[in-house]
Design a protein around this ligand. Sequence first.
Ligand SMILES: NC(=O)c1ccc[n+]([C@@H]2O[C@H](COP(=O)([O-])OP(=O)(O)OC[C@H]3O[C@@H](n4cnc5c(N)ncnc54)[C@H](O)[C@@H]3O)[C@@H](O)[C@H]2O)c1
Length: 265
Amino acid sequence: MGRLDNLVTVVTGAARGIGRAMALRYAAEGATVVAADLNEEGVRAVAEEMHATGAVAEPLRVDVGDPAQLRALMDHVAQRYGRLDVLVNNAGVVRVRPLLEITPEDWDYVNHVNARGLFFALQAGARQMMKQQPLAAGRPRGKIINIASIAGRSGRPMFAAYAASKAAAISITQSAASGLAPHVTVNSICPGVVDTEMWKTIDREWTESDRRPIGAAWQDRIRGIPMQRPQTPDDLTGMAVFLASADSDYITGQSYNVDGGLQMN
Ligand SMILES: NC(=O)c1ccc[n+]([C@@H]2O[C@H](COP(=O)([O-])OP(=O)(O)OC[C@H]3O[C@@H](n4cnc5c(N)ncnc54)[C@H](O)[C@@H]3O)[C@@H](O)[C@H]2O)c1
């Protein structure tokens, strides 16, 4: 028996990295997983991995920047699976640029996905959750998990637009938790320095800007981690399962740092 048996879940940005790890773990815990991503080929491969273990999984090409696609996604899930129990808003993008060089295009690129996309995905998912009955009396009707970042906790001069978008994710988590209580719980996870393609982008753009060798930004950042190793996507899946399960039914509006101790508050 899995901890998420028979739950219908949607994970955005599931083609790789953190979203992929969460989708695979949800499937292993017995959930039905709709894996949504702009990268159709990637998300198909992840669904095949889930199918190979006997899980119910469906890959879908979805741009979280387009509210119409998000509404269509949630309608499809409700029609095909009858309900939506858990939505993980994980899709995200980053751009590294010194503060004085950030352009309006940089700002929009990041916030379009990380803040606007996350908000309208949450809204579309919550509309479906509010229409359905809880799985058992006294339980919430659904759960939303936003992937924010420790970058949303304090300023980041080299990626101010990204940090602002992640502070927005934490704020949206609180607004939605208040607005949807007691029917839908909304919490967020703040990862630290995770070994994914996103950090390869951060390192490349950062070291290019500083004229340092590739890998220097990554090495700087992982040096101070109290747990003394870089974070892997799998380090985040335990919290994602907890927040999707009945064990977290009385928790809402919270943002949890899962970062090896980098940010202690
Ligand atoms: N890697 C880290 O160190 C780190 C730290 C803190 C927070 N995060 C956050 O975790 C989440 C996942 O990060 P990751 O490191 O796995 O990144 P990643 O770049 O490896 O994966 C992101 C996924 O999101 C998808 N995506 C991007 N834009 C999309 C859109 N408009 N619609 C649908 N899908 C889209 C991409 O195709 C990709 O599959 C992001 O929200 C990121 O900001 C990452």
